[in-house]
Unconditional design. Structure first.
Length: 190
């Protein structure tokens, strides 16, 4: 039986993408990277691992619907079943949501519902709270409002800097996300 195919959407350096593709027993094939930044570090990681990449610039399309239709077309060509967001800095619109209902998952660097949206680590650090965390959740029309799949808390220590906190959060992300992806894929096949 062939493995399910998944796409990863990313906009940045690609540390979660790297963690996903390096998981030894990953229950799917990462068949495509979708990236909206021409110079994102994640593109080099994809090249190194020989993963095809679709790079787009939103400005080249008339609307969000237009670029999402193009993305859906690319995903359908290679029969992608799941989408995993890994630092994709765009809000997913209804075109993608309708094409992949219940099959788009995101990782967010906070213990949702606390600190949704951009700069979640900075938000938590500035708020002076004792804990934050990592959340894996389904995508819906809101910003980090979809149903939560898994969470893990991360303590914020008095000696922490934003950078040390970010490093600890990423360590949790890199462990949690690939494991949750496997659980979801196994449940969907079972």
């Amino acid at each position: 039986m062939s493995k399910l195919k998944a796409a990863v959407f990313a906009s940045g350096a690609g540390s979660n993408f790297q963690a996903i593709i390096e998981k030894r027993d990953l229950a799917c094939e990462i068949a495509l990277l979708i990236c909206d930044k021409q110079n994102a570090g994640v593109i080099e990681i994809a090249k190194k691992h020989q993963i095809p990449t679709f790079i787009f610039s939103a400005k080249e399309f008339a609307s969000k619907q237009a670029f999402e239709e193009k993305i859906v077309s690319e995903l359908r060509k290679i029969e992608v079943s799941w989408i995993f967001l890994a630092g994709y800095m765009r809000i997913v619109g209804s075109t993608l949501l309708q094409a992949f209902p219940g099959k788009i998952v995101n990782i967010h660097p906070s213990f949702l519902p606390n600190f949704p949206g951009k700069d979640a680590i900075e938000q938590a650090y500035q708020a002076g709270v004792n804990t934050t965390g990592v959340t894996v959740h389904y995508i819906d029309e809101g910003i980090d409002t979809g149903p939560i799949i898994a969470q893990e808390s991360v303590a914020i220590y008095s000696e922490d800097t934003e950078e040390t906190l970010k490093k600890r959060i990423q360590e949790v992300e890199h462990e949690l996300y690939p494991n949750v992806i496997n659980q979801l894929l196994q449940q969907s096949e079972g």
